[in-house]
Design a protein around this ligand. Structure first.
Ligand SMILES: [Zn+2]
Length: 879
């Protein structure tokens, strides 16, 4: 899954901002138990083998009316009752082998006593008739008075343990079953569920019954039901249907955003040596989705914000491919082979994240994959709440198991494993792992075993430090050249704090030494806290690269002179080494040589990620020469992914009339919508005298999906001019596009913080049915600091229709309001916070909240890291 619960609340479509915000938000959420998933797999009394799920819907009441028949086999002698998970559902009737049976219910269970104790292998058919208004698990997105034209959609989200809110069943991953799903819906609707579509028949009264059959067993959290008014596009891969669905009216956006799916299926099938395993592959995009994407077996559900407007889509370097490849990768890793319990969730999420990179390197090239990996590492090191937690763990009371370790670090570990044992050995192991475990539940040891059995490489030490241990190596590096011995004496220290599960690392490292006669590569193994490696060098080196190319999850502080960084910036072959140099040079202020070199990189580096990183650094270096180079770069018409970064960097130069004028011009007219949006935001931060007029005009203007309007609404929050209140109230109101509303609500929260009427107005949005609006209101109130909002938030907490992610968010914001003194203001989704607090970034720089947001936005937006990152709960500020 991609947990991207906030993405829908975003004012603009860029998911990365979201992610940044979610990370920051996560850090404000109080620690107490917020995720109630069971850490260990249950012991089972029965094996659920098949479920026939017959559903109808009461749209007015937003109710599900169900008849489910479970076929199960007893696993334990003496079993006297069958216990299903069931929450909030009214059970009307239960039959056991067709005879009416007694039953009991508790808040979370349906208990069916058996007439006599059963024996191992006994088979039962249990039918349950029920109805309910699901608090979560199943969601009804329907037209209402404010949005009379929105397409109707019903969709489910099972992971982690939410299926039993709409279906009484066994709700834990360590059981697998086949399904039939029969969905009766209005005749104009279509449905999508697991497996093959067997028939669509007339059900009378303007209804049709859709019959889906899944013949390959998978876990109940992977069951999906989607129904509503959708457009469909059909393709195929080797005779297997590949279909995409968009909410009605947006079907024209499917090919552009989703059309590379068959090529991804082909790539993964070849790489793994195991063909795509399901009978079809559907991707359904739904509105107000509570996650970014969810890999239901054979039928992924994704957020409709991935249906990027055709005029905006070309402005994103990798499009939606990270999301699409992630969820597709899960069809093997997660669905065909499933983690036994949530403690091994990295076997799902780490693989899916790694496979994004596999697609990226194949389709977009090495530089793009290198850049994303480099960015991921920096993010992970910024997430200090992840540092001392091993990947494989069962103590996730204080945080979600769906964290940046399972995703970002998990993906990195698979990358390192492939790099260290070689592509061939790696994929032989993967093929074996999939073949041996297909249709089964796995633990981490199964992966190690599969690799050893095929590649005959012992990976115990690798698994021990990276998966069962925590942290990662942090290196302090320096060297001296011995001109008599013709040696570089490379001094390596591991400086991570050794405590808890964090130990010293033993890692292979490639060191490249470049002298006047060219580069030479040496392999060393670092294993101690302090080591010195003598390495031959004919003459004093021009460049020493520790761990060339960035193939190891690590952080480094390499004590180099300016001229070495400048040489590295210009000459290093790999992106990671040049990008490192571009960052390192950011500490050298007031140095014209540094500014000039970064300017040259911004113009000429072959990789856009390095060009954009150079722009970021120039934005941090004061002085008119830096701003001149950034302004000049705007004439080069680089891609929107670089151009928007240059524009944002210019937003750091206060008091430069030429900068403000240029930003104003770009905001009004440019080939790139992203650059225009970045200019609006930068103007808001610069707070120039005429900014309100520019932003106000942008709100009134038109652009694809209101992209510029939403940027301007956000920027009004940064600007903080009271004149904006009426326009923000106008765009917050029901009936306006949801994206614009969330942007306006966020900014409104930052206006006239002592104005109780505004607080009250935002509080009124808490009870709206629209998930993103609620989210925006919750955070706007939390950031506003007005304690009069606490009762409304507490009342919301008691309501029974909160989606799974919402309660902890509300608690976090209440905690913020109660303790404003020590709380850094959190981020309102999509908007920076006006308060000029400061904290440290991942890279250790002192940043204001505003800059921090901007920085995260850059990192995230540009790396196209997208949904998965959301799940990572990104770099929280150090507190
Ligand atoms: Zn996932």
């Amino acid at each position: 899954m991609i947990r991207e619960f906030l993405r829908n609340a975003s004012q603009h479509r860029s998911r990365p901002v979201f992610l940044a915000l979610a990370g920051m938000l996560a850090s404000f959420i109080a620690a107490p138990q917020v995720f109630a998933d069971e850490p260990y797999a249950r012991s089972r009394d029965y094996d659920l083998q098949h479920s026939k799920i017959v559903l109808r819907f009461d749209l007015d009441q937003k109710k599900v009316l169900g008849d489910v028949t479970h076929s199960l086999s007893i696993l334990r002698d003496g079993t006297a009752k069958i216990v299903f998970d069931s929450a909030g559902l009214t059970i009307q009737k239960v039959t056991v082998n067709k005879a009416t049976a007694k039953f009991e219910t508790t808040a979370e269970k349906l208990i069916v006593p058996l007439a006599a104790e059963a024996k191992t292998g006994d088979k039962f058919e249990i039918t349950i008739r029920y109805e309910g208004k699901p608090a979560k698990g199943m969601y009804f997105i329907l037209p209402d008075k404010d949005y009379p034209d929105r397409p109707s959609q019903i969709w489910t989200q099972g992971e982690s343990e939410d299926t039993h809110y709409y279906l009484p069943t066994y709700d834990y991953p360590n059981d697998r079953l086949t399904t039939e799903t029969i969905l009766t819906v209005p005749a104009s609707w279509i449905t999508v569920s697991n497996g093959k579509l067997m028939s669509v028949t007339d059900a009378g009264k303007g209804l049709k019954a859709w019959y889906w059959k899944e013949s390959i067993p998978s876990s109940t959290y992977l069951i999906t039901v989607v129904a509503g008014e959708f457009d469909e596009v059909k393709e195929s891969w080797h005779g297997i249907p590949v279909t995409y669905y968009a909410p009605k009216g947006r079907g024209d956006r499917l090919p552009m955003n989703y059309g590379r799916t068959p090529a991804m299926i082909e790539l993964f099938s070849k790489k793994f040596g195991v063909d795509y395993p399901w009978e079809k592959y559907a991707q359904v995009m739904v509105d107000d989705f509570v996650a970014g994407g969810m890999e239901n077996s054979s039928a992924t559900t994704n957020t409709s914000t991935s249906l990027v407007h055709p005029k905006l889509a070309p402005e994103y370097f990798t499009g939606e491919d990270d999301l699409i490849s992630h969820e597709l990768g899960h069809q093997w890793f997660g669905d065909l082979v499933t983690c036994k319990d949530w403690g091994d969730i990295w076997l799902n999420e780490g693989f899916a994240t790694f496979l994004e990179a596999v697609w990226t390197e194949t389709h977009f090239g090495k530089d793009q994959a290198d850049y994303e990996r480099w960015t991921n590492a920096r993010e992970w090191f910024g997430s200090n709440n992840l540092w001392n937690k091993p990947i494989v763990r069962h103590d996730f009371d204080d945080s979600s198991e769906f964290d940046g370790n399972a995703y970002g670090k998990g993906g990195w570990i698979l990358y390192m494993l492939r790099h260290q044992i070689g592509e061939d050995a790696f994929y032989r192991g993967i093929k074996h792992y999939l073949e041996v475990n297909r249709g089964k539940n796995v633990v981490t040891a199964d992966l190690a075993k599969a690799i050893e059995e095929t590649a005959h490489i012992n990976v115990d030490q690798f698994f021990s430090q990276w998966l069962y241990g925590a942290g990662a190596p942090k290196f302090d590096l320096s060297y001296a050249y011995d001109s008599e011995k013709h040696q570089v004496m490379l001094a390596v220290k591991q400086v991570q704090k050794i405590e808890g599960r964090v130990g010293l690392f033993r890692v292979p490292v490639e060191v490249e030494i470049t002298t006047a006669s060219g580069p030479k590569l040496y392999n060393v193994t670092v294993s101690k806290d302090k080591q010195t490696f003598p390495l031959p060098a004919e003459s004093a080196p021009l460049m020493v690269l520790f761990e060339k190319g960035g193939h190891l999850l690590k952080s480094t502080e390499f004590h180099k002179e300016k001229k070495e960084w400048l040489y590295q910036l210009k000459n290093a072959a790999d992106l990671a080494d040049r990008a490192d140099a571009a960052v390192a040079l950011g500490t050298m202020k007031n140095d014209e040589e540094v500014v000039a070199a970064l300017g040259e990189t911004l113009r000429n580096d072959k990789a856009w990620g390095v060009r954009a990183t150079a722009a970021d650094t120039l934005g941090k270096l004061d002085g008119s020469s830096a701003s001149k180079l950034l302004l000049a770069a705007l004439d080069s018409h680089d891609g929107p992914w670089v151009r928007s970064r240059v524009v944002s960097a210019l937003g750091n130069f206060k008091d430069e009339a030429a900068v403000a004028a240029k930003l104003d011009a770009i905001a009004k007219q440019d080939d790139s919508y992203r650059a225009r949006a970045a200019a609006l935001q930068a103007l808001g931060r610069l707070k120039g005298p005429k900014t309100f007029e520019t932003l106000d005009a942008a709100v009134a203007g038109d652009s694809p999906d209101g992209f510029l309007r939403n940027a301007a609404l956000r920027a009004l929050g940064s600007l903080g001019d009271d004149k904006a209140v009426p326009v923000l109230l106008q765009w917050s109101a029901a009936g306006k596009p949801i994206d614009s509303r969330t942007a306006a609500i966020n900014s409104l929260g930052r206006m006239q913080k002592d104005n109780k009427d505004i607080t009250k107005q935002i509080g009124a949005y808490l009870v709206e049915p629209h998930f993103p609006v609620r989210m925006a209101a919750i955070y706007a109130l939390g950031g506003r600091g007005d304690v009069s909002a606490i009762p409304a938030l507490e009342a919301l907490l008691k309501s029974d229709d909160l989606s799974i992610e919402m309660a902890p968010m509300i608690k976090g914001q209440i905690a913020r309001l109660k303790k404003p003194a020590d709380g850094k203001p959190g981020a309102n989704p999509g908007a920076g916070d006006a308060d000029e607090d400061s904290s440290e970034s991942a890279a250790g720089e002192k940043l204001t909240t505003e800059q921090r947001l901007e920085k995260l936005e850059h990192l995230l937006q540009e790396m196209s890291e997208r949904l998965k990152s959301m799940e990572k709960r990104l770099p929280p500020p150090k507190q």
